[in-house]
Design a protein around this ligand. Sequence first.
Ligand code: NAI
Ligand code: 15L
Length: 264
Amino acid sequence: MKRLLITGAAGGLGSVLRVRLSHLAETLRLSDIGNLGEARANEELVPCDLSDKAAVDALVDGCDGIVHFGGRSIEDSWSVIRSANIDGMFNLYEAARNHGRPRIVFASSNHAVGYYPQSHRLDADACTRPDSLYGVSKVFGEALASMYHDKFGVETAIVRIGSVLDKPDGHRNMSTWLSFDDFVSLIERVFAVPKLGCPIIYGASANDAGWWDNSKTGYLGWQPKDNSATYRAEIEANTPRPPADAPDVLYQGGLFTAEGIYED
Ligand code: NAI
Ligand code: 15L
């Protein structure tokens, strides 16, 4: 690729992956409303609020691929969620339609299906079951990506990310953990396959305790290598197990199911 856009590049994932994905393009265009720091050798910094349609249109112009991390990443009031995750997604997809239909990685979330009990095994055909306004916004994003694919041919990898961490740090994310290495290899496959379509992929490492089945997206050739089981003994020794009726034990989305509705 000549130019890869990473939105949310100042965030937790973006600030790591801007380094780990730099080999994918001659130029990385990095964007956020937060502080992006100094540009490295092949980086260009383009600050932008995703809710500003004209600015997003200019941001996407000239990009061959997009990794979309930008937006509110936890539960919040509707106005915050709407502006960043609803208006922001619409603006991004309109810009993609107008500027050569670049391939997109959309950072959806396990919270799109967070109300499923942890006893359920889900695959790409599972109905959504969001656990928060945040989760609802990810369901909206998935639906938008699907429509822009069917109507306009914009290809998107919808990644229902579990929990990206250096290593799992609790009992729930023994099931949801996605290592940075495995996330990088997934994004590499998304941009390498000749035909992507608009698949739903569960973003989790090869965890023994995993809940999600990616067999319907085998054509991507993604083979996660890490396994949270490596850290099992450490977690058991250092992290108290929550009571059996705690949201973190009952539901895939964990504590997000216990959030109320936030006022502005
Ligand atoms: P983060 O909150 O650290 O980063 C998100 C970035 O988006 C921030 O730098 C923020 O300034 C930016 N942003 C927020 N509103 C914006 C707006 N209106 N315009 C432009 N930029 C805006 O989140 P993190 O952890 O890096 O996650 C990245 C993406 O991955 C998010 O979309 C999140 O929902 C998704 N995700 C992350 C998971 C994780 O384990 N970190 C799990 C599941 C999904
Ligand atoms: C998410 O969607 C959030 O963005 C992230 O901060 C974590 O809470 C993650 O899900 C998770 O479920 O662990």
